[in-house]
Design a binder for this molecule. Structure first.
Ligand code: FAD
Length: 412
């Protein structure tokens, strides 16, 4: 089969890898409009569930991703005027740039033709493919060409956010909230490499304009945010990759249909989930797994695309609900600001409103050092034993937080 993936993000590259593994006879091409090594964003987080899936589908790339990942082992909540509190949980993070280079390397190794710096030539290459995977991101041009058929709906979130980085290495995943004269502004930060952390800043549109962030270019905006959050940055700056300033409103994309003829939507082109639950990359890669499974063994392509869409829509539904609840909590964040520290951080962790009472009791208990350390070690053990069950994972762990454990994550 001739397969063309339009877009060399996590979805396109990982699907190319799986398609080649399923049948080395497939001719697989990835068309990426950016030059090699150029991408947006900083580090992304993920959890054990994705690693388990990756190891099941391709242990080679899974091992490389696991070895490159940074580990952190709890969430810290810093809200101005309140003592620091802690949330149980753990996770992994990895630079988006590093993830894409690992996936591209694996794809090329398997014989995928990965082409960068593509422009209009993409059209010609798509026309003779048996299967076109539209994995060209949230603003997918391929989807737009057949917009009425796919039935895309885009809902724009109220808050403003910007995806920044910093050379400051946070000890663990950290939420920080500061009160300014124009209202509350906060960050979601986590380390993803030696010498680099992701730093996503979010606020209401009133705070954004009140602080004058709407009138500042990239460096001036990052400088102002650096001053607001100076107490968290250990003397390091914030860095904005976009000279013009990268403030956005989150765009929630859904599609009524995911296929049209031989074209299938995948990843952000098919659906986006708010960054407050940190799952877009995971879902994009799980889409790739589902489509690869659906077309394995040949047969009718239309039926395979139906199976893919059906399976993924069912799997996505609860996460989309969680992402919506999570993003809405942040839109209402100022309403929670006067809660005492432990109740505030519990409201943050339970922003999907699903936790039973024992979670609150555990939360209160683990604000003290000894029970918190005990829980961390228990979770470490669990994480370690889960890692040992994966094929050929040797134990080459790195990163600042050397504990390996965790129950269901609380999300960002
Ligand atoms: C602030 C923020 C933080 C996030 N943090 C996390 C996180 O911690 N964990 C997580 O799992 N997810 C996170 N995400 C979500 C994640 O980045 C996306 O869901 C994920 O990248 C989707 O992968 P994709 O391959 O579908 O699309 P993309 O990663 O967007 O890749 C699409 C690719 O297509 C290329 N392209 C576009 N148009 C064309 C064209 N016409 N021709 C050729 N190529 C084209 C683009 O250059 C790009 O390389 C975050 C998102 C945001 C905004």
């Amino acid at each position: 089969m001739r397969i063309t993936c339009v877009g060399g993000g996590p979805a396109g590259l990982y699907f190319a890898v799986l398609a080649k593994l399923a049948d080395p006879g497939h001719e697989v091409t990835v068309l990426e409009r950016n030059p090699a090594g150029v991408t947006y964003g900083w580090g992304v987080v993920f959890w054990d569930d994705l690693l388990d899936d990756l190891f099941r589908h391709d242990p080679v790339s899974a091992r490389r991703i696991s070895d490159a990942a940074y580990r952190w082992d709890e969430y810290e909540v810093r809200a101005a005027g309140k003592p620091v509190t802690h949330l149980a949980g753990y996770g992994f993070s990895l630079g988006r740039h590093r993830l894409l280079s690992l996936l591209a390397e694996r794809a090329v190794e398997l014989g995928v033709d990965v082409r960068y710096s593509l422009s209009s030539s993409a059209e010609a290459d798509i026309s003779d493919a048996d299967l076109v995977v539209a994995c060209d991101g949230a603003g997918s041009r391929i989807r737009e060409r057949d917009a009425a058929h796919f039935g895309a709906e885009v809902e724009t979130g109220r808050n403003k956010y910007i995806w920044l980085g910093t050379p400051h290495v946070f000890r663990t995943f950290t939420f920080g909230f500061e009160r300014t004269t124009a209202g509350w502004i906060w960050f979601h930060a986590y380390p993803f490499a030696d010498g680099a952390s992701t730093f996503i800043v979010e606020c209401t549109p009133e705070t954004w304009t009140g602080l004058g962030l709407d009138r500042l270019d990239g460096p001036a905006g990052a400088d102002l945010l650096g001053r607001i959050f100076a107490g968290h940055l250990g003397g390091h700056p914030l860095v904005d990759q976009r000279a013009g300033g990268g403030w956005l409103n989150f765009r929630r994309v859904t599609n009524r249909r995911w296929d049209s003829g031989n074209v299938a939507l995948m990843g952000d082109a098919a659906h986006t989930t708010h960054f407050a639950i940190g799952s877009g990359t995971k879902l994009a890669m799980q889409d790739a797994m589902a489509l690869a499974d659906a077309i394995a063994g040949g047969g009718d392509l239309a039926a395979a695309l139906e199976r893919y869409e059906h399976r993924r829509k069912a799997a996505l539904a609860p996460l989309q609900k969680a992402a919506r609840a999570s993003s809405e909590w942040f839109e209402r964040m100022p309403e929670y600001a006067d809660l005492p520290a432990k109740r505030f951080s519990y409201a943050l962790s339970n922003r999907r409103g699903e936790y039973p009472l024992w979670r609150y009791l555990l939360h209160v208990t683990t604000q003290r050092r000894v029970p918190r350390t005990a829980l961390r070690w228990a979770l470490s053990l669990r994480r370690w034993s889960r890692a040992r069950r994966r094929p050929s994972l040797g134990g080459a762990f790195r990163g600042g937080a050397q504990h390996f454990g965790g129950p269901a994550h609380v999300g960002r």
